[in-house]
Design a protein around this ligand. Structure first.
Ligand SMILES: [Zn+2]
Length: 270
């Protein structure tokens, strides 16, 4: 991998962003479903479920929606549910918007999977089938195997907070957690991990615009250099970059970070 190749691909991408109206619409996220309802709960609530030896748990109503019926006489246990209140306010543009905030926690009665039986096999199978998610995880691991090896990472982890985030790189754990089925989002997190390894990340609380720009641009460049430009969601990348460029010229902003993209690509690809 030479700097010229990285620059060529980056320039080509940035040229496409000059005419955003010609870009394809961004794709909807496909959230990874590992087939457990409680996977979307907080770590604390998942721990409560573990203490009750529940392989999964949900409310009476949710089990019904998932094609299962709680057994007669089954005992529930309580998890903590954030209590939200919503209100109407006006945003910076003077538009009316609904906002909500958490004002406390209330008990929420849930039942163990073990204390339910199937009433609608089709509905239940559709929910419980995590074959697709597992397939994606191994596809991603195979696809990025050389990069994972260089990062000394064994695998990706599936998100346990379904629907709340696309993916995350946790430097303290040295792991990448995936919430959506997207090789590009996977590549984005890999660039964060590479930058961390190279010491190029800006370390500060919260998401840093420069880190995000390098990761997102880097993910598109990486897939292109791997010969998989078909896996790049240009509409999404454009929107993501524009958001973090924060009103500044997109091409100039991205080019000012090219040396970091270049370093990441040289690390990732031979
Ligand atoms: Zn990121």
């Amino acid at each position: 991998m030479t700097s010229d190749q990285v620059k060529e691909v980056t320039t080509k991408l940035l040229e496409q962003f000059r005419n955003p109206e010609d870009l394809p619409e961004k794709l909807a996220f496909l959230y990874i479903n590992m087939g457990r309802w409680s996977a979307r709960w907080s770590a604390g609530n998942q721990l409560i479920a573990m203490i009750y030896e529940a392989s999964d748990a949900a409310t009476y109503k949710t089990w019904g929606n998932l094609g299962r019926q709680v057994n007669k006489g089954a005992e529930s246990f309580s998890i903590l549910k954030p209590l939200k209140r919503s209100y109407t306010t006006t945003d910076d543009d003077g538009k009316e918007v609904r906002r909500s905030y958490i004002y406390g926690f209330g008990g929420h009665n849930v039942f163990r999977l073990e204390d339910t039986k199937i009433t609608d096999q089709e509905v239940w199978d559709k929910f419980a089938d995590n074959k697709k998610a597992k397939e994606f995880m191994s596809e991603a691991e195979e696809f990025f195997a050389p990069v994972l090896t260089k990062l000394e990472l064994k695998s990706f982890e599936a998100s346990n907070t379904q629907g709340s985030g696309a993916a995350a790189w946790y430097s303290h754990k040295g792991s990448i957690t995936m919430g959506v089925e997207s090789l590009q989002v996977t590549a984005h997190e890999l660039v964060h991990a590479i930058e961390h390894k190279l010491g190029n990340l800006t370390i500060a609380p919260g998401q840093q615009p420069d880190n995000e720009l390098v990761a997102e641009l880097g993910s598109a460049v990486m897939l292109n250099l791997m010969g998989h430009e078909d896996k790049v969601d240009l509409g999404f990348t454009y929107e993501y970059l524009t958001n973090y460029a924060n009103g500044k010229d997109l091409t100039k902003t991205c080019l000012s970070l090219l040396y970091r993209v270049d370093a990441a690509m040289k690390f990732a690809l031979v």
